[in-house]
Design a protein around this ligand. Structure first.
Ligand code: PAF
Length: 331
C-alpha cells in the first residue's frame, strides 16, 4: 500500500515535470494589434473576434494582444506607420489615411460615391476591393479583409444644419485625407486635418467647431458631450480593414497564413453586422444624450461636390476608370 502510494506520487511528479514546459510554453508568435477607438466600438468587436479565431485555430501558437484607444499610436496614420516600422503587427482601422501611403486608396474617398451598403459590398467584396487591398503588399503590408466604419456624418457645436448653406464658415476636423479636405473646402468649410487622439480635446476647447464620423464613432467616443448638432450627411462611406505587417505575415508558416486570411474574413463579416446595428440603434441614444439631429436634402451637397471628382480623379492614375465602374455598379 505504502509502496503503491509512493509510486503514484512519483509518477505524478514525473508527469508534472514533463508537462510543465508544455503548459507554460510561450506562444511561437506574439503579436500586437492596434486600433484607434474605444472598446465599445465595432472595430474592437472585430479585433477581438479575429484574435479569438486565430488563437483557437493555431492552438495558441499565435497570441494576439489587442490595444484599443490609440495605445500604440496617436491616430490611424501613426498606427499604419507602425506597421511599416515594426511597432504594430496588426492594424484594424479605416482607409482614411491610407491614400497618403498608396494614392489609389483615395478611390473610396470621393464624396457621395456609394448609395448604400449593398452597393458598398458589391464593390469591396468583388474584383475592385481585392485589387485595392492587394496594393498594400508593395507598401510592406498585407491587407486581409474589409470591415466597416459606416457612413460619415457631420457634427458641430455652432448651429443646426438644415441645408448646404449652413455649413459655410464652420471649422471642421477631417481625417488626414486630401479628397475629404477638398470636399469640405468646396462646401465653404475650413477643413482642419488632425490625429483622432486630439479631436475630443480640440472640440472641448473650441479650437474646432465640429468633426465628421460615422454614428458608432460619434456615440462610443461620447462626442455628444462636446457637440450639439448632428447632420445625417452620409457624405462618405468609410471602409475599414484588417491589415498585417508584411514582414510578420511572411514569417508565418503557410498554414497559419491561411488561418489568418480565413479568420480575418470571418471577423470582418461579424464586425460589419455589429457596426450596422450600431449605426441604426445609436441615433436614438445620441438624441437622448442631447443631440439635435437633422436630415437635410442631400442633392445640393452632392451637386456642390461634383467638382472634387474632376479635381482628384487623376490621382488614381491607371485606376481612374474604377471610379466610373463604382458609380455604374450603384445604378
Ligand atoms: O475620423 C477618424 O480618424 C476615423 O474615422 C476613426 C475615428 C479613427 C475611426 O476609424
Amino acid at each position: 500500500m505504502k509502496y503503491c502510494s509512493r509510486s503514484v506520487v512519483l509518477l505524478v511528479a514525473v508527469m508534472l515535470l514533463v508537462c510543465a514546459p508544455i503548459a507554460g510554453a510561450a506562444p511561437r508568435f506574439s503579436l500586437k494589434l492596434g486600433h484607434a477607438v474605444p472598446e465599445e466600438n465595432a472595430y474592437h468587436y472585430g479585433a477581438v473576434k479575429f484574435k479569438e479565431l486565430v488563437e483557437a485555430k493555431t492552438g495558441g501558437e499565435v497570441q494576439i494582444d489587442v490595444f484599443p484607444n490609440n495605445q500604440l499610436g496617436t491616430g490611424e496614420r501613426d498606427l499604419i506607420e507602425g506597421l511599416q516600422l515594426g511597432t504594430v503587427d496588426v492594424y484594424v482601422g479605416s482607409t482614411g489615411p491610407m491614400g497618403g501611403f498608396e494614392k489609389r486608396f483615395l478611390l473610396f474617398d470621393f464624396p457621395f460615391l456609394f448609395k448604400d451598403k449593398k452597393h458598398v459590398y458589391s464593390v469591396l467584396d468583388g474584383e475592385i476591393g481585392r485589387h485595392i487591398l492587394s496594393l498594400l503588399d508593395a507598401k510592406g503590408m498585407r491587407g486581409l479583409a474589409w470591415m466597416e466604419n459606416g457612413f460619415r456624418n457631420l457634427t458641430n457645436v455652432k448651429r443646426s444644419v438644415g441645408g448646404v448653406g449652413d455649413v459655410k464658415g464652420l471649422k471642421i476636423r477631417t481625417m488626414e485625407n486630401k479628397v475629404h479636405m477638398a470636399m469640405w473646402r468646396t462646401l465653404g468649410v475650413d477643413p482642419t486635418p488632425m490625429a483622432w487622439s486630439e479631436v475630443f480635446t480640440a472640440l472641448q476647447q473650441g479650437t474646432i467647431d465640429g468633426q465628421e464620423n460615422p454614428i458608432p464613432v460619434i456615440y462610443t467616443s461620447k462626442l455628444y458631450e462636446v457637440q450639439k448638432h448632428l447632420t445625417l450627411t452620409r457624405h462618405v462611406f468609410s471602409p475599414a480593414m484588417i491589415v498585417v505587417a508584411k514582414a510578420v505575415f511572411d514569417s508565418l508558416p503557410g498554414e497559419y497564413q491561411k488561418i489568418f486570411a480565413e479568420a480575418a474574413q470571418e471577423a470582418a463579416l461579424y464586425e460589419r453586422g455589429v457596426c450596422d446595428k450600431m449605426e441604426n440603434d445609436f441615433i436614438d441614444l445620441l438624441k437622448r444624450n442631447g443631440m439635435e439631429v437633422t436630415t437635410p436634402d442631400l442633392a445640393p451637397f452632392q451637386d456642390a461636390c461634383r467638382s472634387v471628382y474632376e479635381e482628384f480623379k487623376g490621382e488614381l492614375g491607371e485606376d481612374a476608370g474604377l471610379l466610373d465602374q463604382i458609380v455604374a455598379a450603384g445604378k
